[in-house]
Design a protein around this ligand. Structure first.
Ligand code: ADP
Length: 358
């Protein structure tokens, strides 16, 4: 099962994207709908809210009066926490229930407006952000949905900025133009990335990157940061530190398009624990290497994750290397040359030498 998080600011056009994903067979889990469902008339959720906030949060027709609830719940942190303590577990339970009924080979898309605000992005295999500039969103919501401008602006001000959301995107979908090309893009995304990703995860098929040297890509650092956050989500305290290492960590260096990530753990027992956690989460062990090394399953983002104990010299040298090479122009040129020859042993030996204190 592939877990995709889909987000975007209010009015970004998430429904344009979920419609195509649903047509392609994805299971859509709609966070807004669930939030409404768990407090519908007759639910234990609504009863708990009434017990906490009083009878007058319910309108004459028996449904929740959201404005009345807001005026009682959003007065201070304690009252807001009381609201969340009721709704969050119910939403969580219902979400888990829906995901639990999806088939084993499903692409599950969690459509979640506040994914970034809630710091939840590392929990998904892939995060898709529908990106539409705030002014266009405002215009669409006022014109198509009849919302008041002030209301839209107030809601936007409580959401993450477009920039913060973009930083969390593995896939950024620009929906500022016509919807037609966006739909086509989403279909291609399903065929070329989501389906193979799901298949690889389910069948433990690793994506082993191509070692051909390509021109430096400025987004390697951000991709590595997101990949590290995902590893941290899986490993928790078992990892002492997680670093982007190897040639792609050297700013400006041409390198193979494979991100090297190093997980440092306390001792050899922790190496085994980390290996187990990562393989359970879908990372695939490379048995051809002596050192504990795993590949990931995203066809568009090859990764090599190594696990080292803190007293292993390997740990230090990998951390030093990017720094030493980054500061030395002739070392950079030499490194790219060696990377081009694509001989792993030779590369490793050279890296060791350059990072050793003289
Ligand atoms: P949200 O991301 O909040 O779910 P919606 O999918 O409801 O946003 O889209 C907000 C509004 O913008 C809707 O009225 C929708 O029809 C409209 N919309 C979405 N995408 C486009 C587009 N590419 N061009 C014009 N209008 C669009």
């Amino acid at each position: 099962m592939l877990m995709v998080g889909l987000t975007g600011g209010i009015g970004a056009g998430k429904s344009t994207v979920t419609a195509v994903l649903a047509e392609a067979g994805a299971v859509i889990v709609d966070a807004d709908r669930i939030a409404r469902e768990v407090v519908e008339p007759g639910t234990p959720g609504l009863a708990m809210l009434v017990a906490e906030f009083g009878d007058d949060i319910v309108g004459p027709d028996g449904t929740l009066d959201r404005a009345a609830l807001a005026s009682r719940a959003f007065v201070d942190q304690e009252r807001t926490a009381a609201l969340n303590a009721i709704t969050h577990p119910l939403i969580g339970e219902r979400t888990a229930e829906l995901i639990g009924t999806a088939p084993e080979d499903a692409i599950v898309v969690h459509d979640m407006p506040l994914l970034v605000e809630g710091g939840m992005t590392p929990g998904y295999h892939l995060v898709i952000v529908v990106d539409t500039p705030a002014e266009i969103r405002l215009q669409r919501l006022v014109e198509h949905r009849g919302m008041a401008e002030d209301d839209v602006r107030a809601r936007m001000s409580r959401q993450a900025t477009d920039e913060a959301r973009r930083a969390e995107a593995d896939v950024l979908i620009d929906n500022s133009g016509e919807p037609g090309p966006v739909r086509e893009l989403v279909r291609v995304l399903v065929d070329l990335r989501l389906r193979p990703f799901e298949h690889n995860l389910r069948t433990a098929t690793p994506v082993v990157g191509d070692r051909t040297v390509v021109p430096f890509r400025p987004d390697w650092a951000a991709q590595a940061r997101r990949a590290c956050a995902r590893l941290r989500h899986v490993l928790g305290d078992v990892a002492m530190r997680i670093d982007h290492v190897g040639p792609t960590a050297v700013d400006g260096l041409d390198a193979p398009d494979v991100l090297d990530l190093q997980v440092t753990v306390r001792d050899t027992a922790a190496v085994d624990r980390a290996l187990r956690l990562l393989t359970d989460a879908g990372y695939v062990r490379d048995r051809s290497r002596e050192q504990p090394l795993l590949h990931w399953c995203d066809p568009a983002r090859p990764l090599e994750v190594t696990i080292v104990a803190q007293d292993d010299p390997e740990h230090e040298f990998a951390l030093l290397m990017a720094e030493v090479i980054g500061a030395d122009p002739s070392a950079r040129a030499e490194y790219t040359e060696i990377l081009r020859r694509a001989d792993r042993e030779e590369t490793r030996e050279w890296e060791r030498t350059i990072a050793s204190p003289t």
